[in-house]
Design a protein around this ligand. Structure first.
Ligand SMILES: *[C@@H]1O[C@H](CO)[C@@H](O)[C@H](O)[C@H]1NC(C)=O
Ligand SMILES: *[C@@H]1O[C@H](CO)[C@@H](O)[C@H](O)[C@H]1NC(C)=O
Length: 207
């Protein structure tokens, strides 16, 4: 009997270190997984997949405005595998010519959630007969310069503010997508659009 207990005690002495080792290993792995999931924020990817401009006229009376038809396919991807994004401000896309905004469209409401790993596709169709714009003399000159080429430089600027799951700080979203749009009125040959990857502004601290 004494022999058996001795054996048991010996067995247990050996194993308790082993179990402690395994326990520590599991904790370390768990910690690494949590760290990978929540400590490092991966920033969103914004892209303009497709764009088609069928009209882009400058109207000068009664006010300066663009009469334009523009269709865009914009995608936003959340590359994080564990963290959702929650919009703490509305997500919007502004259209600009020569740095001047002439339109603004809403993409997502405040409070809207974007799940991890998901890509959202926004199909934006704008047909406007008069979108007010302050171009000034320089802007009008730029328009007249681009018009004969049939290619207009339009910027799509995506702005918003989000919070990532398990994080306290709110992070601004600022992406700029410079587009060169070939004007193709209905009836003309379709234009192939080269996908544009939008440039994100440098993130703030803790974002
Ligand atoms: C632009 O859109 C308007 C309104 O939908 C339409 O009447 C017009 O034909 C379109 N023009 C062009 C050039 O696509
Ligand atoms: C723009 O004007 C055209 C004709 O002038 C009209 O057919 C069209 O519906 C208007 N589009 C919008 C969006 O107001």
């Amino acid at each position: 009997m004494g022999c058996c207990c001795d054996d048991c005690g010996y067995w247990w002495d050996e194993w308790k270190y082993c179990l402690a080792c395994i326990g520590i290993f599991i904790l370390v792995v768990l910690f690494a997984v949590l760290l990978a999931a929540y400590a490092v924020v991966r920033h969103i990817d914004v892209e303009v997949e497709d764009a088609s401009l069928t009209r882009f006229d400058l109207v000068t009376s009664p006010v300066t405005a663009f009469a334009y038809n523009l269709t865009l396919t914009l995608t936003i991807r959340n590359p994080n595998w564990a963290m959702s994004l929650k919009n703490t401000k509305p997500l919007e896309a502004a259209y600009k010519f020569d740095g001047q905004q002439f339109d603004r469209v809403g993409l997502a409401e405040k409070g809207d959630k974007h799940k991890p790993g998901k890509t959202r596709v926004y199909h934006l169709v704008r047909n406007s007969n008069s979108s007010f714009v302050v171009l000034g003399n320089a802007g009008e000159t730029e328009y007249r310069k681009e018009k004969p080429t049939g290619v207009f430089e339009v910027e799509v600027a995506v702005t918003g503010e989000v919070r990532y799951t398990a994080r306290y700080t709110k992070c601004k979203i600022e992406a700029s997508c410079p587009l060169k749009l070939q004007l193709a009125p209905p009836g003309t040959e379709a234009v192939v659009f080269q996908k544009v990857k939008c440039k994100l502004a440098k993130p703030e601290k803790n974002c």
